[in-house]
Design a protein around this ligand. Structure first.
Ligand code: ADP
Ligand code: MG
Length: 637
């Protein structure tokens, strides 16, 4: 038996490990299972190279929780270690990894998921254990099994032991303050969180399942009453992981249903099916596999739940993929597995890292390609999905220029009435009829087909196409389209009278003289609140309504952009509600208003007409509405 000192500077390493990793104590299990998995994969590899004698069978791991003895044991059938290897890999290499980690994180709490990458892996056991033992035997011929023990002081013990099979057993003597880890439920939960897709089967206890060889018999008694005997159960090993998850397979090996069932495996509490998936698979210039899913985006989606999970070689690392997956795709679900993502760095460094940038743009490209092919292969189905995916796509168009360019091929612009256009189709469709006198093609849109019904009607009468754009971020996207596409502008149908929205300059003649117009303006201004309404006289068709309330495009859009955030609108104060009152000087009623001699009667006419205009825009409420109703009854009396 030998004793030794791990390292002279070791005095304070264990307290620091315990203290600074407080929030992450649970990762000890992931680290030890990763080591056991590595050891098993190494053995498998050596075996395929013919360097291991005999058949290694189907090695697996086992985790045992012994509440009475206050122990957790992690057992593998991997390559094991010789005494010398323990000295080297545990006492020196693993330890110096731990030391480096502590050095770096003395004063701060690290990101979760990085510990293993410091080679701190093994020593994380001391976060929960007051004493750790290793029983191990190398796969090499005639090697002597050894037992290592360390109680968290710099001293360790190494001695021969009589284990016969190759492999390693780690015994954790759980410290009093960590006894929560002696609950089966706790360990079971951790195993599913971190190890659900690890490549070597992991046994954790046993479970009862139906005996498939037994079909319960049904018998009838003398009264004809049927009784069925109970189903026979058998006890089997409880294997907690799926060692061959879908993303490790080739797309050609998988059917649609396999992708769906993997989705259910990933998110067992998620009952809504995904809309479609994207299989990621690249090995140069970086290594990355994964499957992303487009979920149905509904109002009550919780972005904190069921996020994209990041794995490294099938070990769960984190579900915070910020910096790795572009922002606009963070609402997707699924798995990304890449050994090439550096994790022992801060998030801001990660975003600047060249390899990570490449990964992020690869993901964007793959998503765009998939959308192109979905659009091409089944346009109708794509159109049907549009409302469920548009938020993500529109957000992507706003935030990533490359994606914006690609989106030309699949981003849809739906119209009132059901047509869906991609950009070029839209412009082709409207450019003849909707180009104004300055050569600008004007894209008309509505945000609410019901509320803006009369305006849509006016546009339709002119043969114009009206889009229906109702996403919360649409005003930002419109702004972006206007600045990146040439000679187009967007206006909402209720932004002005239709002839002003698309000004084709066929000059209209007013029935009122200049003087009459001036005095009309004066009486109107006396009766319409000017803080909110700007009066605008227009010679329109005599059949068009006398008063029309519109909301100027610019003000309204700024307001919306402010409400949905971003766009540099913050801190500009609140935009007030501002409207235009478009007065049709060719409408008979307007002439009557002007010619009414009694001031009282004139005021009543103006109020009534104005209220009707407000009513049509759903702007008449409360006391105003009550007064309007009263006045209306009086008028018809
Ligand atoms: P890392 O896994 O990053 O190398 P660890 O601290 O987790 O760092 O482990 C240190 C080393 O100890 C491993 O590289 C390996 O050589 C050895 N080791 C740890 N656990 C086992 C095991 N179960 N079987 C064989 N070797 C192991
Ligand atoms: Mg390790």
């Amino acid at each position: 038996m030998a004793t030794g000192n791990i390292n002279v500077t070791a005095e304070n390493i264990f307290p620091i490990i315990k203290k600074f990793l407080y929030s992450d104590h649970e990762i000890f299990l992931r680290e030890l299972i990763s080591n056991a998995t590595d050891a098993t994969l190494k053995l498998k590899h050596l075996s395929t190279l013919g360097e291991v004698k005999g058949d290694i069978g189907a090695p697996r791991l086992e985790v045992i929780v012994d509440k009475d003895k206050k122990q957790i044991r992690i057992i593998d059938q991997g390559i094991g270690m010789t005494g010398e290897e323990v000295e080297k890999y545990i006492n020196q290499v693993a330890f110096s990894g731990a030391e480096e980690f502590v050095e770096k994180y003395k004063d701060k709490v690290p990101d979760s998921g990085i510990i293993g990458h410091f080679g701190l892996g093994f020593y994380s056991a001391f976060m929960v254990a007051e004493k750790v033992e290793i029983y191990t035997k190398s796969f090499k011929d005639d090697s002597q099994a050894v037992r290592w023990e360390c109680d968290g002081s710099p001293e360790y013990t190494l001695e021969d032991t009589d284990r016969t099979a190759h492999g390693t057993e780690i015994v954790l003597h759980i410290a009093e303050e960590s006894e929560e880890f002696l609950e089966d439920g706790k360990i079971g939960g951790l195993l599913t969180k971190y190890n659900k897709f690890m490549p070597i089967p992991i046994k954790f206890g046993t479970k009862e399942v139906d005996d498939l060889d037994h079909t319960p018999k049904t018998t009838k008694d003398k009264d004809g009453k049927e009784t069925t005997e109970p189903q026979k159960k058998i006890t089997v090993d409880n294997i907690i992981n799926n060692p061959n998850p879908a993303w490790t397979k080739q797309p050609s090996e998988l059917e649609e249903e396999d992708y769906k069932s993997f989705y259910r495996e990933l998110y067992p509490m998620q009952f809504e099916e995904p809309l479609f998936n994207i299989h990621l698979n690249v090995d140069y210039p970086f290594n990355l596999t994964g499957i992303l899913y487009f979920p149905k985006i509904s109002k009550n989606i919780d972005p904190q739940k069921d996020k994209i999970q990041l794995y490294q070689n099938q070990v769960f690392v984190t579900d915070n993929v910020e910096g790795i997956v572009p922002d606009f795709l963070q609402m997707l679900r699924g798995v990304i597995d890449s050994p090439d993502i550096p994790l022992n760095v801060s998030r801001s460094y990660l975003q600047a890292d060249g390899a990570v940038k490449k990964i992020s743009s690869y993901i964007t490209r793959k998503v765009a390609d998939k959308l192109v092919s979905l659009f091409k292969n089944d346009r109708k189905a794509f159109e049907e999905k549009w409302k469920d995916i548009k938020i993500i796509i529109e957000y992507g168009m706003l935030s990533e220029d490359k994606f914006f360019d690609k989106a030309n091929k699949f981003a849809l612009y739906p119209a009132v009435g059901g047509a869906h256009y991609i950009w070029d189709e839209l412009i082709e469709k409207i450019k003849d009829n909707q180009t104004d006198k300055d050569g600008k093609t004007v894209i008309l849109y509505a945000s609410d087909a019901n509320a803006q019904h009369s305006f849509i009607q006016d546009a339709k009468e002119k043969g114009y196409e009206v889009l229906l754009l109702d996403s919360p971020i649409i005003s930002h996207l419109i702004q972006k389209l206007e600045t990146s596409k040439e000679n187009i502008s967007f206006v909402r149908v209720d932004g002005d009278h239709i002839d002003n929205l698309i000004n084709k300059d066929d000059t209209k003649i007013s029935k009122l003289s200049e003087d009459e117009q001036a005095s009309l303006k004066t009486v109107l201004e006396a009766n319409i609140p000017k803080e909110t309404y700007t009066i605008q006289l227009e010679p329109m068709d005599s059949n068009a309504n006398p008063f029309i309330i519109t909301q100027p495009e610019f003000m309204r859009r700024m307001k919306e952009m402010q409400a949905s955030g971003g766009g540099g609108m913050m801190g500009m104060g609140n935009f007030p509600d501002m409207y235009n009152l478009v007065v049709n000087t060719n409408n008979e009623l307007v002439g009557e208003i002007l010619n009414t001699k009694t001031a009282k009667k004139q005021e009543r006419l103006i109020k009534q007409t104005f209220d009707l205009a407000k009513l049509s825009q759903n702007l008449l409420h409360g006391e105003e509405l009550t007064n309007f109703i009263k006045r209306s009854y009086e008028l018809i009396k």
